[in-house]
Design a protein around this ligand. Structure first.
Ligand SMILES: NC(=O)C1=CN([C@@H]2O[C@H](COP(=O)(O)OP(=O)(O)OC[C@H]3O[C@@H](n4cnc5c(N)ncnc54)[C@H](O)[C@@H]3O)[C@@H](O)[C@H]2O)C=CC1
Ligand SMILES: O=C([O-])CC(=O)C(=O)O
Length: 271
């Protein structure tokens, strides 16, 4: 039975990130319950869903907002609009992990505002968005980010295909891209969600500068960030262990779980 005071959470997409969030909710997060999931192929997920202590309903993407107070988007960015639009139209909160996809769908923020909905972007595979948020209350002069990924974490990126770049036989690091976070998100939609989250926390996708490197010498997704602001200068770095999806760091699902825990926690630490 669902406690009437519990916030109902629905998850769209049960891949690397979504299954971990579903498991955490099923095991118990204070004040929250898993009410529904949307999947592309229900048969594929039957065993996982059936194995949960309180199996959620399986609903079509556009209906999960009906069954939830918070919808967590964990699908490819091509599905972002189909998941977030119906949820925020109903005044629900949408947690967005495919944050790169938000840039081409930014009207969803206005839609959420008009209907009492919210869009929550977790720190995800990154670090330090609390400090960037705080610095942005003052004046940030520049934000620079350098991302290095193993070859497997970059395969199939549109920028690499369109420019016919052979990364399979690299022996040393190769700088693939230098430009704004907005352009990086177009070229590497499954690789630089982190840069878009950073840009939205700080000075926006056009002023946030980014480099992407294919690096056969690293086994982790490595991000280094330099921020220059009137209140502080700071450097941050994170080396993410890839999950079963080599493009996605393991910490991403944990970041969403941490965000969900804060929704009803009595003690909240960090902004
Ligand atoms: N914000 C961040 O820091 C990060 C964001 N990401 C992004 O998070 C998203 C999810 O990543 P992963 O879980 O690793 O991907 P994944 O590929 O492991 O899982 C995606 C799931 O969505 C499902 N799916 C596809 N179309 C669907 C549809 N129409 N309806 C329902 N489900 C559908 C797929 O079947 C798959 O199970 C990706 O867009 C990825 O780029 C990944 C890492 C970090
Ligand atoms: O931001 C992304 O798309 C994924 C990423 O870089 C990571 O997992 O380190």
């Amino acid at each position: 039975m669902t406690d009437r005071n519990e916030l109902r959470v629905a998850i769209a997409g049960l891949g690397s990130i979504g299954t971990k969030i579903a498991t955490a909710l099923d095991q118990g997060i204070e004040g929250l319950s898993l009410s529904a999931v949307a999947v592309r192929d229900p048969a594929k997920h039957q065993a996982f869903i059936g194995g949960l202590r309180r199996p959620p309903q399986i609903l079509p993407l556009d209906q999960i907002g009906e069954a939830a107070d918070i919808v967590v988007e964990c699908a490819p960015s091509s599905q972002l609009r189909a998941i977030v639009e119906p949820a925020v139209k109903r005044g629900r909160a949408a947690v967005v992990v495919s944050v790169g996809g938000l840039l081409d769908n930014f009207d969803l923020v206005d839609l959420a505002r008009a209907n009492g909905g919210r869009i929550l972007v977790p720190t995800g595979a990154l670090i330090g968005l609390d400090a960037v948020n705080a610095a942005a209350v003052g004046t940030i002069h520049s934000v620079k980010m350098v991302t290095r990924k193993p070859i497997d974490g970059l395969k199939g990126a549109p920028f690499i295909i369109q420019n016919n770049i052979d990364i399979d036989n690299l022996r040393e690091p190769l700088k693939l891209f230098e430009g704004s976070a907005r352009e990086a998100a177009k070229g590497f939609p499954a690789n630089v969600n982190v840069a878009v989250a950073l840009s939205l926390a700080g000075i926006g996708p056009d002023r946030t500068q980014m480099q992407v490197w294919a690096d056969p010498t690293v086994a982790r997704n490595v991000h280094r960030i330099e921020v220059e602001a009137d209140s502080a200068r700071f450097s941050m770095g994170i080396e993410n262990v890839p999950s079963e999806n080599p493009k996605t760091g393991m910490i991403t699902a944990l970041s969403v779980i941490a965000l969900l825990r804060k929704q009803r926690a009595t003690l909240c630490v960090g902004t």
